[in-house]
Every structure is written in structure tokens, then in C-alpha cells.
Design a protein around this ligand. Structure first.
Ligand code: SF4
Length: 330
């Protein structure tokens, strides 16, 4: 019997330790979704090559750490299928076939293509693989006939491209793929310690389960509202990354206290950061303990991922049999 629940597919690139941006921007949502959706969550190791082609040695160690982070954050391999993209070779086949029908102009207009080319300047990204990234992403999603893809508002245009590719496939070869709909989720805004988007490429992250001590060091050095040059200058919490973290970690009373006292210079940024650390420090230590328990038995995590990968492969084989038949290639 096919699983009647909506199908959700989402992946992450294994390029380093996950951080608080991943936790609150994606993982917390995945944990909620796994309760009533059929979820496929994967390591996008081929995608990691699009920006990390020069340093492939980090991908596999980062992948294991990433799966440990997934599980430590509450993703349950009994409820969701965890798998490795490159171990389901059908993704490459579907990527190739979709590449045959995807107009170049669609890819060149992709907002993330433009954004990453502007922001990542320390390596050459004028590459076919980088431009074709959304085609591979489409293959990843529609392979499992995903009906929903959890995205933030800034990624809706990206998913629209996947829908267009799926539509074009269906137009030429018959109705094989549902068009994946965005599952828009309100996620808390988290920014890096320099006020930009939290990203490993910017070196501004606070990692998942980083020690309380190291977390404190980063928080105490983090950028706040630049208008608060002196203790008596009033600030605007709405543009401050520390306030965003308060909204996630602190009680509503504390959030209201910060909101009011920042604007009136009733507190200084040091007081505000210390207050945040009262909650953020222990939360990080709890996450660290869960990670360490998993790290003590890495073989168990590998087994769970292998099991998930076999399950994903079985689904992908079925889809590709349909694709080859629809395209009259079999
Ligand atoms: S008081 Fe808090 S919210 Fe206001 S600018 Fe300083 S750190 Fe940010």
C-alpha cells in the first residue's frame, strides 16, 4: 500500500558542521514534518561539489557529522528516510534527462545562481555543474514524487523552476511527476555574528552543540545595532541578530524586556547578550551531549543511513522505470 501522506523531500549539503541557522531554518521544521508527512531527508553530497569541488576530502566526514546533527536535533530515522544522494545513482540519470529539456535561460535567471556568484568570490563558479545545480535539485525532488518542499520565501523562485521543469517533462512525455508545491514555513530569522546571513562561507556561524564557552565568546563578540556606539545610545532590536536569538531561546517576558530596554537604552548590549546566554548556553550543552552520545556509536548512525538509502533507492528505481518508459527509452 503506498503511503497516503504528503511526500516531502529536502536535503542539505555536507560542507561542514551545521549551525544555528540550519537548526532553526530547517531542522526544527523537519522534526515537525516527520510526524504527518512521508519525509525523505538527504545528504546532498553531489551538490556539495558545486562549490567544494576543490576540497572533496571534507565531504564524507562532514556528511557523517551532518547526519549526527540531524538526529541530535530530533530527526527520527524511524519516521523519516535519511539517505545519501550519490548512493542513489538514479539521481544522476534523471539529472541528465532533465538537462536535455531545461532551457539555459531558466538557469541563468535563477536568483540563487546570481546571489552565490556575487557572494562567493574566492573560487571560480563559472562552471557547468554550478549552473546546472537547479536541474539536479529538481531531479532530487521529483524522483520521490514530492508534493511539498519546505522552503523559505526566498527559495520560492527556485522551486518554481523545479515545477517548470517537471511541467515541461510532463508536457513532452506524459504525466509522470506531480508539481512540487512550496511548503512555506514561518522560520525564525537567524543571522551570523557579523549581521549577515549565517553561513559557513562567511565564517560567522555558531555551530550546533558548540560548547557554552565557545558560544559565549562568539555571542559577546557579535555585531549588534551599529547605532548603539555608547551604552546610552538607544537601539533598534528589529535589526539585531541578538534579538532574533532571544526570540528563539528566551521567554516572552525576556523578549519584551529586551525590546523595551534596547529602545530606551535601559540595558546595554553586554547585559542583553548575557541574558541570552542564560538560555542559549544550556541549550547548546544539551545538544552537545546528544551529539556526543551519537558520536560514541557512529556505526549505528551509518547503519540507519544505509537502511534509509536502500529504501530511497527502491523508490528511485520505480520512478526511473516509469521515466524511461514515458520517454520511450525502454
Ligand atoms: S540591546 Fe540587545 S537587541 Fe539591542 S542592540 Fe544591543 S544586543 Fe541588540
Amino acid at each position: 500500500m503506498p503511503d497516503p501522506r504528503p511526500i516531502v523531500v529536502s536535503g542539505m549539503r555536507p560542507t561542514g558542521r551545521l549551525h544555528l541557522g540550519h537548526l532553526h531554518g530547517a531542522l526544527a521544521n523537519w522534526v515537525r514534518l516527520q510526524a504527518d508527512h512521508e519525509c525523505f531527508f538527504f545528504s546532498a553530497d553531489w551538490h556539495a561539489l558545486t562549490t567544494n569541488y576543490h576540497d572533496t576530502a571534507i565531504i564524507k566526514p562532514a556528511e557523517r557529522e551532518m547526519f549526527i546533527d540531524f538526529i541530535a536535533a530530533g530527526v527520527d530515522p524511524q519516521k523519516a528516510t535519511l539517505f545519501v544522494q550519490s548512493e542513489v545513482k538514479e539521481h544522476a540519470e534523471l539529472y541528465l534527462l532533465l538537462g536535455m529539456i531545461t532551457p539555459l535561460g531558466w538557469l541563468e535567471r535563477s536568483p540563487s545562481y546570481k546571489e552565490m556568484r556575487e557572494n562567493i568570490t574566492d573560487r571560480d563558479l563559472a562552471l557547468y555543474g554550478f549552473l546546472g545545480y537547479p536541474v539536479l535539485m529538481t531531479a532530487d525532488i521529483i524522483m520521490y514524487k514530492a508534493t511539498r518542499v519546505p522552503v523559505g520565501v526566498d527559495q520560492v523562485a527556485h522551486l518554481e523552476l523545479s515545477r517548470e521543469i517537471a511541467r515541461k517533462f510532463n508536457f513532452h512525455y506524459g504525466n509522470v511527476f506531480p508539481e512540487p508545491q512550496p511548503l512555506l514555513t514561518e522560520v525564525p530569522k537567524i543571522v551570523g555574528t557579523d549581521g549577515r546571513k549565517m553561513s559557513k562561507s562567511y565564517g560567522n556561524t555558531i555551530d550546533l552543540g558548540e560548547s557554552a564557552e565557545s558560544t559565549a565568546k562568539k555571542i559577546m563578540g557579535a555585531v549588534t545595532d551599529p547605532a548603539r556606539k555608547r551604552r546610552q545610545d538607544p537601539g533598534n532590536p528589529d535589526i539585531c541578530g541578538i534579538f532574533y536569538l532571544h526570540k528563539v531561546y528566551s521567554t516572552p517576558d525576556t523578549v519584551a524586556w529586551v525590546d523595551q530596554n534596547c529602545r530606551t537604552a535601559g540595558i546595554g548590549c553586554v547585559d542583553c547578550k548575557r541574558k541570552l546566554l542564560e538560555k542559549l548556553g544550556p541549550a547548546q550543552e544539551e545538544m552537545r551531549a546528544r551529539r556526543e552520545a551519537l558520536l560514541a556509536h557512529p556505526g549505528d548512525v551509518d547503519d540507519l543511513v544505509q537502511l534509509g538509502t536502500r529504501k530511497a533507492r527502491a523508490v528511485a528505481e520505480r520512478t526511473m522505470a516509469q521515466v524511461r518508459s514515458a520517454m520511450k527509452l525502454a
